[in-house]
Ligand binder design. Structure first.
Ligand code: ADP
Ligand code: MG
Length: 685
């Protein structure tokens, strides 16, 4: 069995299960093996019911009291049963598991494990797992993998398929030269994969994970290095000079640039006029004012007779940039002739846009990935700007650049990383930093509260709205799946409307809405036709509505701190005092400690690193800090040490054997070619 073997050749994976796997993009044994666990369950000692904390996953060792009560509502069977131990009682609810009626006998003794919730004054668990004492003991202390699933595919089925594959799989032989393996203490590819799925303990898991992370960084940095060599040599095909347009624009806008913005603008002008093509990153925390600097560069580009493109990771953000530019054009008579190009436009609208782009009628093209599709032909693309770069892969950035003939490249990112890491990760780019916020900003006031504070929070929001401000409420997260999230946003909005005075306009936004609807809601919010916007985290990236002053986040305990920091960045973007209310559904010490970090710091990097210090090795998979490039598993914050090692290894290797020709490097060369889809041109290294 090798990486291309179809999983349907596994015992127990028939056509039907195969289809389910296909839904999560798994067709081959190779794909199955890199479907790493989302996290690991460790089975703790059962707790007395009285001590089972609300909002936590707990196990309780209990006695069934009375017969289960079963009712049917449409096609849903609901089974309720009461259980107790010496400390108290609890209600368990099961859906569509009618057979349990015959299993759960009064007086039966079991261990149930699940999320503890409350219904009125009573504690309840919905759909808990059921164990005999012996079974539970056996699992205690081990780390059990939990996988991302799809409806119909159980965790057990995935575990079984992976176990079987691990037994028969021909693993790739070690491809790093001995020296690297020894120096960085890497476990073999086989050991890494086996232990990631079924670790004996936290220590083996850490070692296995290190290998995977090292691999990811290594090939990333290797390709980056190739890029750097390449782009350093590029001549400036589009020398540009400052014109009266940018000078006048700067005089007319109602604020003056901060010192940091001025410095970056100076760097851009120098780059675009220099003998070499620009290749630059602007790093600046949320709200530092990156957009205006990019607009200046695009304006200079248009004034020099060329086309510029601005690519954003979401439609909502692309549309916002487009509207923003339209306003600038109207207010300051700028020479931009912009077009918008996003996926949700009709075929006819897109065709019209393509024509304007190809003919050169448009000199500023704003959009999403749609900008890099084959159908788009540019007339004279000389500057490519990518906003929120960390949301794209290096590849996508390159694709857009490849649309022109070596255009200038400017990327913007709010990922808070210190300079040493930025130099490694953006090795092919020069780096500019906007390290100050506009002077009119007041620091955001934060508070961390529990759910009983909700009525007060609503009152506070109503007060801000009465003063003409707007608010975001990030809706509680639901674990079961995205559809549940949708229902939740809608339900929450209904409840929030009821709690707020009638004249306050409340609306909602979630990821499952059609892009055009999302855009419309966002536009209405920006135009202040909506006062309070209830949303999932889809608004996390880039959105700029300076009139919004309250960010209330429900279930703040479920988010990574980096995400919370980004969310908080949606307010405090204007001169008004802004507020962030983090509502936590549990009052556990660890939760409070984590949230307190946010309460006390506004430094994105500090926040992200502190967050990870509080996590164990099993919790590192699938954390997906927002703003962490496109690595599948590696996390630049948690794995900064491994990143430095991989950088050193690449450097050392290339110094000795540039084209990987020595016998000890042949396998590595093959490996890199295979992971990069043969895209490395070894001659150019
Ligand atoms: P980000 O860096 O997060 O992309 P934006 O570019 O969206 O931030 O800027 C946030 C807000 O700050 C915008 O409304 C913008 O007009 C405003 N802004 C930018 N620069 C300044 C400045 N120097 N003084 C005052 N406001 C500014
Ligand atoms: Mg931005």
């Amino acid at each position: 069995m090798n990486c291309n073997t179809p999983i349907t050749e596994l015992k127990g994976v028939g056509e039907k299960t195969g289809k389910l796997f296909e839904k999560i993009d798994i067709r081959t044994a190779g794909e199955l093996l890199v479907h790493y666990p989302r996290d690991y369950e460790s089975f703790q000692e059962p707790v007395p019911i009285a001590e089972a904390a609300l909002g936590e996953i707990c196990a309780v060792n209990v006695l069934v009291v009375g017969f289960p009560n079963q009712k049917k509502i449409r096609n849903l069977t609901i089974l309720n049963v009461t259980v107790k131990d010496s400390s108290g009682a609890m209600q368990l609810t099961f859906f569509n598991m009618p057979f349990l009626k015959n299993v759960l006998k009064p007086g039966g003794c079991y261990i149930f494990r699940g999320l503890v919730q409350s219904r009125g004054a009573a504690k309840v668990m919905e759909q808990p797992q059921l164990y005999s004492k012996e079974d539970y003991r056996r699992q205690m202390g081990t780390l059990q993998p939990r996988y991302s699933l799809t409806k119909g595919l159980t965790n057990h089925a995935v575990q079984k398929a992976i176990k079987q594959t691990l037994t028969f799989y021909e693993f790739e032989a070690e491809y790093y030269p001995d020296e690297i393996v020894k120096r960085y203490q890497l476990v073999s590819p086989k050991e890494a994969i086996c232990s990631i799925h079924f670790p004996n303990d936290g220590d083996t898991l850490t070692k296995a994970r290190k290998r995977v992370v090292f691999d990811e960084f290594f090939s990333f940095l290797f390709l980056l290095r190739k890029n750097k060599e390449y782009s350093a040599k590029l001549a400036n095909e589009y020398p540009m000079f400052e014109t009266a347009d940018t000078v006048r624009f700067l005089e007319q806008i109602p604020f003056s640039l901060t010192k940091a913005q001025k410095k970056v603008w100076q760097e851009l002008r120098e780059d675009m006029g220099s003998p070499n093509c620009m290749n630059r990153l602007i790093q600046g925390d949320v709200g530092s004012g990156k957009t205006i600097v990019a607009v200046l560069a695009l304006l200079m580009c248009a004034a020099n007779g060329y086309q510029g493109a601005l690519m954003a990771p979401t439609e909502v953000l692309a549309v916002q940039h487009f509207e923003n530019i339209q306003t600038y054009i109207q207010d300051y008579h700028l020479i931009f002739k912009p077009v918008l190009l996003v996926g949700s436009m009709t075929a006819k609208e897109k065709r019209a846009a393509y024509e304007k782009i190809a003919s050169g009628e448009a000199n500023l093209i704003i959009g999403t990935h749609a900008l890099i599709q084959d159908k788009v032909e540019y007339h004279s693309l000389a500057l490519v700007v990518t906003d929120e770069q960390h949301r794209f892969g290096v590849r996508q950035r390159e694709h857009l650049a490849a649309k022109g003939k070596n255009p200038h490249v400017l990327v913007m990112s709010a990922t808070p990383i210190p300079r040493t890491l930025a130099i490694i990760l953006y090795g092919d780019l020069n780096i500019s930093v906007i390290d100050e916020l506009p002077a009119d900003r007041l620091p955001i006031k934060n508070c961390v509260v529990n759910t009983s504070y909700r009525p007060k929070a609503y009152e506070f929001i109503a007060g801000e709205v009465a003063q003409g401000r707007q608010a975001y409420v990030i809706c509680p997260q639901v674990c079961e799946g995205e559809l549940e999230d949708v229902k939740n946003v809608v339900d929450y909005t209904v409840r929030l409307k009821a709690a707020l005075p009638d004249h306050i306009q409340v609306s909602y936004l979630h990821g499952k809405m059609r892009p055009a609807d999302k855009n419309r809601i966002m536009e209405e919010f920006a135009a202040h036709n909506i006062d309070v916007l209830v949303s999932t985290t889809v608004i996390e990236v880039g959105i700029n509505v300076p009139n919004a002053t309250v960010m209330m986040v429900e279930n703040a305990e479920r988010f990574g701190l980096a995400t919370l920091h980004q969310l908080r960045g949606r307010v405090g973007r204007g001169a008004y005092q802004s507020y962030c209310i983090f509502v936590s559904a549990n009052e556990k010490k660890e939760t409070m400690e984590r949230l307190e970090i946010l309460n006390h710091s506004n430094d994105g990097f500090h926040i992200a690193s502190e967050d990870l210090k509080l996590r164990g090795p099993g919790e590192l998979f699938g954390v997906r800090q927002s703003g962490e490039f496109s690595f599948r598993n590696a996390d630049i914050y948690a794995d900064a040490g491994i990143l430095k090692q991989a950088d050193e290894a690449v450097e050392c290797l290339l110094n000795r054997d540039e084209s990987l020709e020595k016998p000890e490097n042949v396998r590595l060369k093959q490996h890199i070619l295979s992971v990069s889809g043969n895209s490395v041109d070894f001659r150019s290294i």
